[in-house]
Each structure stands twice: as C-alpha cells, then as structure tokens.
Design a protein around this ligand. Sequence first.
Ligand code: MSP
Length: 506
Amino acid sequence: MSRPFYVTTPIYYVNDVPHIGHAYPTVAADAVARWHRLWGDDVVFLTGTDEHGLKVQRAAEEHGLTPREWADRTSERYREAWRALDISNTDFIRTTEPRHHQAVQQFLQVVYDNGYIKLGTYEGLYCVDCEAYYTEDELVDGNCPIHGRPVELVTEENYFFQLSRFQDALLEHYETHPDAVLPVTKRNEVIGFIKQGLQDFSMSRTSISWGVPIPWDNRHVAYVWFDALFNYCTAVGYATDRARFDRFWPAAHHIIGKDILRFHAVYWPAMLMAAGELPPKLVFAHGFLLVRGEKMSKTAFNQISPLDLVNEFGPDGVRYHFLADQRFGPDGDFSYEAMVARYNADLANNFGNLASRVLNMAVEYCDGVAPSERAEGPLVASTARVFEAASKAMEHLDFSGAYGAIWELIRDANAFIEEREPWKLHKAGDRAATAAVLGDCLEALRVIALLASPVIPRAAGELWRRLGLDGTPEDQRLPEAAAWTGAPAGTTIDKGTPLFPRIEQT
Ligand code: MSP
C-alpha cells in the first residue's frame, strides 16, 4: 500500500481577497504534493478558507452583507485563484462547513473533559487583524507589532485554555523531534518563546456570534484560532473516519508564514496534546514576499493579485518565480522587473531554447522520429547527479536548490550540443552519430520535464507530449522514471511553438 503523505496550507481569511502572499505558500504546498505523487505516495493536499471571527464579521458589515454571504463570495475568489495557478489540492475546507463545526465541537468537548479548559475573566489588548491579544511590552509605539494599527482594550468572561500546563511537554517534544519546526532559526525562536513561560489564553468569545458554539455553554463561540487550527484534523476525518485520521495524522506537513508560527508551533501542539493526540510532524515557516521591502497589506495598497500575474506570465511563470527564483524560508522581494528578467533568462532562454533546439533538430535530422541510438555521453552522469540533488532538495522544501540542480542539466545538455555539433555530423552525412547525440538530448529532456513538473506542470506536460511520450509526467513513478533507460525509440516528435514566449518589459 502506498505511503500516506499529508500537506496543508494555512486557511486564508475571507476578510481579504487573494494576493500573491497567499499564493506563495499555496504554490509551495502544491509543488510538494506533486513531488510526492511522483513517488507514488497517497497524497492529501488541503487548503481552504478561515471564515469565522471578528475580522470577517466586520468585513461583511462594511460591505452590507451577512458574514455568510461575504464568506461565500470571498472563498470562491480563492478557489478561482488556485484553479488559475493549477493548484492540485485534493480538498478545500471552509470552517463554516458542518463537517468542521461537528469536528471542532467534538474536539472541544474532549479537551474540556480532560480538564484543560476553565472559565475566567480576561482583560487585554486585542488586535482584530491578528485576532490575538498582546501584552503592553509586545506593542510597538502602542500599536500591534504586526499590523502597526491600534489595539483595543477588551474585557470578556472567557473560557481559558491552560497552555501553561504544556510548557515541559512542548520542550520535550521539540527536543525529541528536532525537525518538527523548520528552518532551524524558527525552531530556535519557538523554543526560546516556550522557555520564557507560557500563559493560558482565552479560547472563547461572548462578544460575537460568528463562530463555532462551545458545546457545553452556547453563550460562547470558540476563539477563531482554536477553531481554525483544527481544520487540519477535520479534513482527514477526526470526527467521521478514525481509520483515515490515523492514517494521515500526525504525519502532517504544515506550510505557513512566519507570522503564524506561534499559533502552529506552540498553541496547536498543546491543543492536540490536551485532546490526547500527537503534534504535527512538521511546521515549515517561510518568510514574506515583500513589495519594495514592505509586507503586502490592504492598508498599504500594495497587494498584487495572482490572477493579474497569471494573465501575463502564465501559471508556470508565476509558480516558477515564487519557488525557483528565491529561497523558500527567508523573506523575498517581489519585483515585476526581476520577474520578467528571470522569466526570460531561465524559462524562455534556458529551458525553452533547449527544448526547441533539440525538438527542431530531431524533426529535421531524424525525420521527427525519436532515434534508438545513444551516445551515452556526459548527460548520463549529469542526469543521475541532478536527480539525486533535486530529490534531496525537494525533501527539504528547498525548491530553489532543486531548480538549481535541474537547470544544471539544462546547461549540461546545451554544452553537450555545442561540443558535439550535431548539425556538422548531419552535414557530414553521419546519420548514426547525429541520432546518438540527439538520443541523449531527448532523454535528458524527458528527465527535465519529469523533474520540473511539480513546479511548471503545464510546460512539462506539453514537453512530454512533444516528445511523443505516453501519458503525462504525473503518471510516472520515481525513482524508476528518472533512470537513464532511454526514452522509447520511434515516438513522433512535435517541435511546436515556444514553450515560454519571451516577455518584453513594459
Ligand atoms: N487564517 C489565518 C491562518 C489560519 S491557519 C489555521 C491567516 N490567514 S491569512 O490569510 O492572513 O494569511 C495566510 C497565510 O498567508 C499566512 O501564512 C501568511 O504568512 C501568508 N501571507 C500573507 N501575506 C504574505 C506575504 N506577503 N508573503 C508571504 N506570505 C504571506 O493568517
């Protein structure tokens, strides 16, 4: 039976429409999901929308709609954006769905029955944008440290989750699972935070009704984060299919932004422990995509819509830019000019030119039929080396490392062509030698299409078709499919039009 693999994105707040900061983790999770499918894993890839809480309630009010009408509308915008980006999620969860309410209520009851939730009064400084309380010291100039906006003094009778009781268990968990939070700088941050001492936090609200009712006291609804985090368990059957849940949990890989690290690496494992469940296998916190050095936000009017970029660069161009063009982990600056330059250099020139060069020569010199001859030249070793390097990098969510490796194979193939000069061999009438050089190049192209398919699935699929190969790259299985066994001879080659037409800077 195939191995289970579970990857998630954060669920996105529906107070906002999708921008490229949301597309970033979604594209990353998609590449990971596609990579694992190539290895034959049984992949669950979850994304969705976070629809409760004050922030959403207020956004709906501002637009003269009920929260549900507003959520229906905005949630659809996310689905639309993910379709445009060829996101291959297997599930899309909305926290307002009955399956989620039911699962959260069951979970809350377990945590309550286990004695980790108590009634109390809370007075604190609340940032509605974060849906979180801050202490006086955490504020910057009296404002929220993340949004730079004023916080509100809120007094409530709340239920409290006794986070403080999990300090030792969390530290032990991170000691025994050193790879549970990555990159390592983020792991250290989490451990440092836990060591400072953990405060119980209020996990219910009476001030709003837009949420999951607390099962034992329905004057309260669950605090939005308490309900949101649980989406990861709802989707794999916590309340409906225990066998499925046990298959995919705790093997979850949560891809998240650094701003929500504390929720995922401190609150979430403690909440799970309180219910007698295991913490997730991995929380990977990436940095922000910045626009001129600033985080994108509604208030800064610097949000870029993924659909606008897809219209200009195609889904593969956008996906490539997010993943291969910058390191996944640290912050990265987004600039249109840099995006055009890298698109032209890497996709139009390197990748696209190699493909059209090889396909054209195969059509011209081999009558458009893939030859059986092989030169067994340097590309044999390059392919093996690149496959190994790309695999290692992908395992560590190092997309730019994986792409660096694949682009080495592209360079090696170009160098091989320059060195062997098949046009001269052809001119000299040496049909066998020409076919042998092109045989190696076609095989390298096949492996390039296969390994590149998690990030640029459309172009990879199209290249596969032009090579005359059966099925799609997605149907292949690693490691066998990456081996230098020789693409089948006799397939019909189609040279087609440029895979990545050049983009002129506007
Ligand atoms: N709803 C919560 C997550 C709940 S998960 C159980 C939330 N939503 S969000 O829509 O505000 O943000 C979702 C994700 O988008 C976060 O991981 C955040 O880091 C990411 N990004 C938002 N803007 C971003 C950039 N500019 N760059 C990269 N990612 C950023 O938080």
